[in-house]
Design a protein around this ligand. Structure first.
Ligand code: IMP
Ligand code: MG
Length: 173
């Protein structure tokens, strides 16, 4: 069994999500916002985030991509498993993603969304893990930054396990 080293407990996560939500809420105060969550990893984070945007006008949808399989690093090939359906033309869009790692997923997503003519596309990530970055992309909103490691819990998985943990842990293989 691999070891789980605690990174953020549920209260620490809540404080970080609060902070980022406050920023998003204020930045999109006057405008409609379409939030597109990246399945499956972002589902818990997104559920917590959007309930802190109760005073904003928010529509949501989901997209699902594949690049990992059961491995712990990117294959570099990204497939579209489920596209979003909501109309984003001339809309402000916020991508909500669990982890920004190589950046290949986010680069692909931004290219994909931009073909639909949105007014703006920004990104909110739970974790920015910067050591393995390959694509020149950044997230405008980041809850927590780490250099390296493989994180699980709070929606994040390793081979579909651990998504149900309330905290975030580093998986020591
Ligand atoms: P990227 O394309 O390399 O930036 O990979 C982003 C995706 O890889 C994320 O959406 C996650 O699903 C997955 N991923 C990258 N690092 C981790 C990790 O530490 N734990 C769990 N999933 C990860
Ligand atoms: Mg993901």
């Amino acid at each position: 069994m691999p070891d789980l080293i605690p990174v953020l407990d549920k209260d620490a996560i809540a404080r970080k999500v609060d902070e980022v939500a406050r920023q998003i809420s204020s930045d999109y105060r006057e405008t409609d916002l379409v939030i597109i969550g990246v399945l499956k990893g972002a589902f818990i984070f997104m559920a917590d985030l959007i309930r802190r945007l109760a005073s904003n006008r928010v529509a949501i949808d989901f997209i699902q991509l594949s690049s990992y399989g059961a491995d712990s690093k990117t294959t570099g090939r990204i497939g579209l498993l489920k596209d979003f359906e909501i109309d984003i033309k001339d809309k402000h869009v916020l991508i909500v993603e669990d982890i920004l790692d190589s950046g290949l997923t986010l680069a692909y997503l931004k290219r994909h969304l931009n073909t639909y003519g949105p007014r703006s596309v920004k990104t909110c990530v739970l974790i920015d893990k910067y050591e393995r970055r390959q694509a020149d992309v950044q997230a405008e909103y980041v809850c927590h930054t780490v250099r390296e490691g493989f994180l699980v819990g709070y929606g994040l998985d390793y081979a579909e396990a651990y998504r149900n943990l309330p905290g975030i842990f580093n998986l020591n293989f």
